[in-house]
Design a protein around this ligand. Sequence first.
Ligand code: C5P
Length: 286
Amino acid sequence: MERITVRTPGKINLTLDVLGNFANGYHDLQMVMSEVKLFDEITITKQGQGIALEIDQPELPVDERNLAYKAVALLKEEFALKEGIHLSLKKTIPVAAGMAGGSADAAGVLKGMNQLFQLGLTLEELQVRGLKLGADVPFCLLGGCALAEGVGERLTSLKPLPQAYLVLVKPDFSVSTPWVFSQIDREVIQQHPDTRGILAAIEEGELAAIADKLCNVLELVTVKAYPVIQEIKDCLEGAGALKALMTGSGPTVYGIFAKEDTAQGAAQALAAQQLAAKVYVVKVGK
Ligand code: C5P
C-alpha cells in the first residue's frame, strides 16, 4: 500500500470543569466530550524523502508547528521509517475554535500511518504517543462520547448521545487556548458542571436533561473577552435551542436541538444576524 485517506472528526464539549493545576502548567480537567460529524480529510502518501505537508488553507503552518506534521515525525523517528511522507490535508473543522481540529488531524495521521506502515500499534499505544502531541489527541483517537479526566488522557467511553441536531457557530476570530487557560481563576467559578448529573442523563438517553446540564467554566474567560459569544448563545436559544454552549476554550458556540427543521431555522437566523463567519448544522447520536 502506497497511500491511505482517513477522515477525522472534530469534537464538542458538553461540559468542561477545571479541578486544579498540575506542576507542569496544565490543568486538572473533567470534561464530557462528543465527536461531531465535521471531518478533516487527510491523504498520506509514501513519496520522496522527508515530510511534506500541503493544506487547503494557506494561512496554516506546513512545518513542525503543525500537529499533523509532528505526528508523522514522531512515528517516522520511532520506527526509523525510511520512506518520505506527503500529507494532503483538507480542512473542514474550524481552526483554533475549541473543536480540537489540530488534535483530530494528529489522531488521523497516527491511525493512518499505523495502517499504511502496518505498525501494529493498539489504540492504547497510539494514545500514549498521541498524548505527547496534545491533551485532546487521546480522545480524538477514541472518538464517540466520553468522560475525559486528568489533562484529558483518562478516558471513559459513554453511551452515544441520543439523536439531536447541533448548530455550530464559528465567529470570525480565533482564540488562543493557552491564553484562556492562563486567565481562568478557580476562585471565581461560581457554577461548576454537574458532571454526575450529565453522566446519568447520557446513560438514560434523555436529551432535555443532557441539554440542561451543559456547562463550560472557560466561558467565564472567553465570553468576558468576546461578548459576541453571549450574543450568539442568546440568538441560538431565542431560535429554539434546548441550550447553547461554547465548546473548549472557544470561540465556537453550538446550540442543541431536538428537531432538524428548528435547527435549520436557527442556522438561517444566525446567518442573517451576521454574527458568525461560519454556521454548520450537524446530526449527532444514533
Ligand atoms: O495539549 P495542547 O497543546 O492541546 O494544549 C493546549 C494548551 O491548553 C496548553 O498549552 C495549556 O495551556 C492548555 N491546557 C491546560 N490543561 C489541560 C489541557 C490544555 O492548561 N488539561
